[in-house]
Design a protein around this ligand. Structure first.
Ligand code: PHE
Length: 366
């Protein structure tokens, strides 16, 4: 403060010898305070303003009480008292309001920090879908359960008896070599990973008398060289129907029904001679191409036909292993490669896509 600071001088020294002059001095002070208080409430330092004006020791209000009020002459004292009280309450009010505003502003910015912006895009949580293989299984099971087949499952670890012998594949039969079997090291009784779902034909017939109508979905294992088109594991669905009087016509009718359900109502089928030790006669079932309808295209390699699965009439030799009378019973069986069927139907060109579980692939089949 400078020596000519008016708040450190008496009113007599300031020449304020009338109530009007006193009022003028006070209104100058008030204007000075208002300037201090007018700063942005976000930056104003209320502590400094408070000390400067309300400070007990050398705050302006204390100074003028000391220098203006106390030594004031009778003529001006009442005016000084009134003006001082008015200034005091003006300052108090103003500082209280600023304090409240500043607190509110602080709360607001804290709230702004924690605020949830509803206009921001949300975090997308993908909803899972059934895998393409599962979807295909579900479709196959629907088709066969609709005509009275029931669903059974069996072990993936099998014995050579169920995987081969009882299916009329004796030891040293060349069909064993074709199967590229995984044998389980050290397993008592020489266990293996089933190479097809056909062992469940035997397990089912062992346990129940005809009529038998089952489908068997499941994983099978073959020791093929893993490359772009072969893994160690793939999926099959086995079918078996055995009863009195089941004919080749029933077989062909079932095949036709399946092809129409799976590939569309216009689909036709044909049977090509084939060989499996456990069916006789055996056939490869072809269907007219679901893409071109039989005229020839890239998918059917211009042949108009696509290969569906292997099948045939149950070889009577198999009945001998399960105690069925081959004179009395007959039936048919089929074994489908589910991965193949899925790829064909949905136009998937690479086997690994089915197993890599890349979301970019999977979400194309919602
Ligand atoms: N089990 C045979 C295979 O995996 C398929 C098949 C099943 C063929 C049933 C005829 C009857 O190749």
């Amino acid at each position: 403060m400078t020596t000519n600071d008016p708040t450190r001088q008496t009113l007599a020294q300031l020449g304020a010898d009338s109530p009007d002059k006193v009022a003028t001095l006070f209104s100058e002070l008030r204007a000075a305070f208002d300037r201090d208080a007018a700063q942005d409430i976000a930056s104003i330092d209320l502590g400094i303003t408070r000390v400067k004006w309300q400070g007990r020791k050398s705050g302006i209000l204390s100074e003028i009480t000391e220098h203006w009020l106390k030594p004031a002459s009778k003529e001006v004292k009442p005016a000084v008292g009134q003006n001082l009280n008015a200034l005091k309450s003006h300052i108090e009010e103003r500082i209280a309001r600023l304090t409240a505003e500043k607190d509110a502003a602080g709360e607001q910015s804290a709230a702004a920090r924690d605020k949830i912006d509803l206009s921001l895009p949300g975090i997308e949580r993908a909803i899972g879908t059934r895998h393409l293989i599962r979807q295909t299984y579900d479709e196959l099971l629907r088709i066969f359960t609709a005509i009275g087949f029931s669903v059974v499952a069996g072990p993936e670890i099998e014995t050579p008896y169920y995987n081969f012998e009882a299916l009329n594949i004796p030891e040293h039969h060349p069909a064993r070599d074709n199967m590229d079997t995984f044998y389980i090291a050290g397993a008592r009784g020489g266990h293996l990973l089933r190479t097809h779902t056909s062992p469940m034909q035997i397990r089912t017939m062992e346990k129940q008398k005809p009529p038998v109508r089952i489908v068997v979905p499941g994983k099978v294992y073959r020791r093929d060289n893993p490359d772009a088109t072969h893994g160690y594991m793939f999926h099959q669905i086995e079918g078996l129907a055995v009863d009195t009087d089941i004919t080749f016509c029933d077989f062909k009718g079932t095949v036709d029904y399946f092809a129409r359900e799976f590939l569309g109502p216009k689909t036709k089928t044909r049977l090509r001679p084939s060989y499996f030790p456990f069916t006789e006669p055996s056939a490869e079932v072809d269907a007219t191409c679901h893409v071109c309808g039989g005229t020839g295209c890239r998918v059917c390699k211009q042949s108009g036909w696509i290969e569906l699965f292997g099948a045939g009439m149950v070889n009577p030799a198999v009945y001998g292993f399960v105690g069925y009378d081959p004179e009395k019973y007959s039936g048919f069986a089929f074994g489908m490669g589910v991965d193949r069927l899925a790829m064909m139907k949905y136009g998937v060109t690479e086997v690994p896509l089915l197993f890599q579980n890349d979301v970019r692939f999977l979400k194309q089949f919602p």
